[in-house]
Design a protein around this ligand. Structure first.
Ligand code: PLP
Length: 388
């Protein structure tokens, strides 16, 4: 007897995690792998954040907290959203969750009925469609165009809307493309969302990682009505190198926030108590180290861009945010799984196949890895491309 529910059996495990573990296994066997699979910063959490969590632990902050998070942290997030993002959400509209991933899932569970459609622009973060399916909703994928910088246009959005559309998922800066939406582009999308009454899940986890003078704009900053149609998802994993801490949050319109709060009170309850004090320190402390991190990423980004441009049979759009390149490999005519497997087994280069992001003619390179590995890995990738 197979006890697995049919709607769960239909899901696929996260490919991004599986490639990473395959590459790790090879490394453990002593093989020199250039790993571009990473979906997390290659540095440690800043010390002042660790110290705050250690102090909280020593001080006995080891009990249940409010299910939505400690009040000081929700207040600090509310202030951060106003100052950084020009988005006014009261502390009561914020729920601290176990990472941005959990925050996305809570938001979908709170808003979507079985049969509702969720518009997801591809290439997308691999978990969005599976989360939508888990809550019984239907992902509606729109393939964005490389010539539009992999960004969803208002026209494409409008055309995709049906009577069942409830939500649009927007991720800027984007994983895997690195694209960043401008204020003007967001205004056009919001205009459609307002006229069709669609809620936007705005995943802003990479907001601090933008380059070349580009600005991150939160779609929730476009006014009161926009805020009433937006759930912001953000977290500490990417900006503060805190992936293992599991800290994210939602800021949502009141009724949705209340639903998220109810869901969380019956499922995970609060995020680890002392970890929340680390998050509080992260928001309250000096943010200057982020500037250094961005400078380092930008240097790697520029180096990789110059290398990719010299390889004949691939195409790239210059990423403006996050820490990824989506390399378009359509001209090689290999499926992304096939390409990824060959690249790993024959050239010891680990990348993530585009099929995980809903665009099979591509692979994703992360630059959350040192420049020495980047240089060696791109030499190998270049050889691979020339042989295909
Ligand atoms: C990393 C990531 C997240 C959240 O990660 P957590 O570790 O769960 O906070 C959310 N969205 C995107 C697009 C990401 O790449």
């Amino acid at each position: 007897m197979d006890f697995v529910a049919s709607h769960i059996a239909a899901l696929s495990p996260s490919l991004t995690l599986s490639i990473t573990s395959q590459a790790r296994k090879m490394q453990d066997e002593g093989i020199d792998v250039c790993n571009f699979g990473a979906g997390e910063p290659d540095l440690d959490t800043p010390d002042f954040i660790k110290e705050a969590a250690a102090e909280a632990l020593a001080a006995g902050k080891t009990k249940y907290t409010n299910s939505d998070g400690i009040q000081e942290l929700r207040t600090a997030i509310s202030e951060k959203l106003l100052i950084d993002n020009d988005a006014e959400y009261a502390p009561g509209q914020i729920t601290v969750s176990c990472g941005g991933k959990h925050a996305c899932y809570n938001a979908m569970l709170a808003c979507l009925d079985p049969g509702d459609e969720v518009i997801i622009p591809a290439p997308y973060w691999t978990s969005y469609p599976e989360m939508a399916r888990m809550v019984g909703a239907e992902p509606y994928i729109i393939e964005t165009k490389r010539e539009n910088g992999w960004k969803l246009t208002a026209e494409e959005f409008e055309e995709a809307i049906s009577g069942r559309t409830k939500m649009l998922i927007l991720n800027s800066p984007n994983n895997p493309t690195g694209s960043v939406y401008s204020r003007e582009e967001l205004e056009k999308l919001m205009e459609v969302a307002l006229s069709e009454d669609v809620i936007i899940l705005s995943d802003e986890i990479y907001e601090k990682l933008v380059y070349a003078g580009k600005q991150h704009v939160s779609i929730a900053s476009l006014g009161k009505e926009a805020r009433d149609h937006t759930i912001i998802v953000n977290g500490f994993s990417k900006a503060y190198a805190m992936t293992g801490w599991r800290l994210g949050y939602t800021a949502a319109p009141e009724a949705v926030a209340k639903a998220i709060s109810t869901i969380q009170s019956h499922t995970t309850s609060n995020v680890t108590s002392f970890a929340q004090y680390g998050a509080l320190a992260a928001l309250k402390g000096s943010q200057t180290f982020i500037t250094d991190v961005v400078e380092e990423y930008d240097m790697r980004r520029q180096y990789m861009m110059s290398r990719f441009q010299k390889i004949n049979n691939v195409d790239v759009v210059e990423p403006e945010g996050a820490f990824y390149f989506l390399v378009d490999t359509s001209r090689m005519g290999l499926s992304s799984m096939n390409l990824t497997e060959k690249l790993l087994s024959r050239y010891q280069v680990a990348v993530v196949p585009g099929v995980a992001f809903g665009y099979d003619h591509s692979v994703r390179f992360s630059y959350a890895t040192g420049l020495d590995v980047i240089k060696k890995g791109l030499d190998r990738f270049e050889q691979f491309c020339h042989a295909h």
